[in-house]
Design a protein around this ligand. Structure first.
Ligand SMILES: [Cu+2]
Length: 204
């Protein structure tokens, strides 16, 4: 008796709000410090980064409703959030603890819900993601861009962007240049029609 066995390629990807996160060509932090006033517009960062732009001092409440049966340890960079609700079901309870648990990582239960709050008092670009790495790699990531205009004012003294970032305009133009080419990077980018705003000099 013959049995046929089919091997199927099964592709699984995870997402928040039907957005499958993909790392942007230009890292979101670089966009935040180089996009001028457009940095406050979430669309500037690209749809697949699922960006939320926060104002300085805002109290942010995040509700995660897990529509899948697996638990996910979700992690937020840049903050210790207060957990105000966690359940095995939906958000059906308005009770907030007097002294809520503070964490930067918490499991959202399978088919459960999680609610947490933090104050946007730490300008930066912070990702929110599942800490099971393959879930994050396959898309379970969102981005909080916090007080980008303040970040632009202060970044040169607090953020050291890697020197390799000056190649981004080159990559964006789909060209590469030989090391040691005498013309300035600005000239190289201009000749390729690339956006020079990525070349904003970063003070040491
Ligand atoms: Cu996960």
């Amino acid at each position: 008796m013959q049995k046929e066995i089919r091997l199927l390629k099964w592709v699984t990807s995870w997402m928040f709000n039907n957005v499958n996160y993909k790392p942007p060509e230009l890292p979101s932090l670089f966009t935040a410090v180089s996009a001028g006033e457009k940095a406050v517009d979430a669309g500037t960062y690209g749809e697949s980064t699922q960006t939320f732009v926060l104002e300085r001092g805002q109290v942010v409440e995040v509700i995660v409703q897990n529509n899948h049966m697996l638990n996910h340890p979700v992690h937020l960079h840049g903050h210790n959030f207060q957990i105000t609700h966690r359940s095995g079901g939906g958000i059906n309870d308005t009770h907030v603890a007097q002294n809520p648990l503070r964490r930067d990582t918490i499991v959202v239960n399978g088919l459960g819900a999680l609610k947490f709050r933090f104050r946007a008092d730490n300008p930066g670009v912070w990702i929110f993601h599942c800490h099971m790495e393959w879930h994050a790699h396959s898309g379970l990531v969102a981005t909080f861009v916090e007080a980008p205009m303040e970040l632009q004012k202060n970044h040169s003294s607090v953020i050291q962007l890697p020197t390799g970032s000056d190649r981004i305009c080159v990559d964006a133009a789909g060209q590469s240049f030989e090391v040691g080419q005498p013309s300035s990077k600005e000239e190289q980018c201009a000749s390729q029609g690339a956006d020079q705003s990525n070349l904003t000099p970063i003070a040491a």
